[in-house]
Design a protein around this ligand. Structure first.
Ligand SMILES: [Zn+2]
Length: 198
């Protein structure tokens, strides 16, 4: 068991715990993931299939994700924004509770996806009327969404010999890419990259 003397959930300013972050992250991952709370809710195990990720806070107050790397793990060239690789796992540069549950859980889910190589599914929603509605949809349904758009946009893909009408918009946490019905997955990859490089 790890003991973090400076972390006392009862006195924490955050209205959520490490376990809450783990649960919200697990909900957003593709496949079945479970969360096993650690002692005092200052850490949690995020378990899916044969993989297990330990989310906690170290003595310096940094949020970290420990896991056992596998020989066939291939971390992407560009890690998700603010995710730093160290020998036993990952830590989240500059993560602080005031970022809020959704942002922190999105960072954790993105880090796990970078390790497993399985991006979360793209969820279809009705067209949101405003950016605030889109933000709410992300909080409720997931980080990568697709919705129909009536705007005269062209598909982002260069596979079309001539510009093709988009018809859909893919949004990864608000970073949007127009796409036709055939290139939604590619649009999701581009939107994730835009987010990670921002
Ligand atoms: Zn297309």
């Amino acid at each position: 068991m790890q003991f973090h003397p400076d972390i006392k959930p009862a006195e924490s300013a955050a209205p959520f715990s490490i376990v809450d972050i783990a649960r919200a992250a697990a909900k957003n991952l593709s496949g079945r993931w479970a969360v096993v709370p650690g002692a005092w809710s200052v850490n949690a195990e995020i378990v899916g299939g044969e993989r297990s990720f330990h989310l906690g806070v170290d003595e310096e107050g940094d949020l970290y994700l420990h896991y056992r790397p596998r020989p066939d793990d291939r971390l992407p060239d560009v890690m998700p924004r603010g995710v730093v690789v160290y020998p036993d796992g990952l830590f989240f540069e500059g993560a602080y509770a005031e970022e809020g549950l959704m942002t922190l859980s999105a960072r954790v889910a993105a880090a796990i996806e970078a390790v497993t190589g399985n991006p979360a599914p793209v969820i279809q929603i009705p067209a949101p009327g405003t950016a605030i509605e889109l933000g709410r949809a992300h909080a409720e349904f997931g980080r990568t969404l697709v919705y129909p758009t009536a705007k005269p946009l062209t598909c982002h893909s260069t596979e079309h010999p001539t510009p093709a009408a988009a018809g859909y918009m893919v949004s990864h946490l608000g970073f949007t890419v127009p796409t036709c019905g055939d290139h939604k997955d590619a649009a999701a990859d581009v939107a994730r990259e835009l987010y990670d490089l921002s």
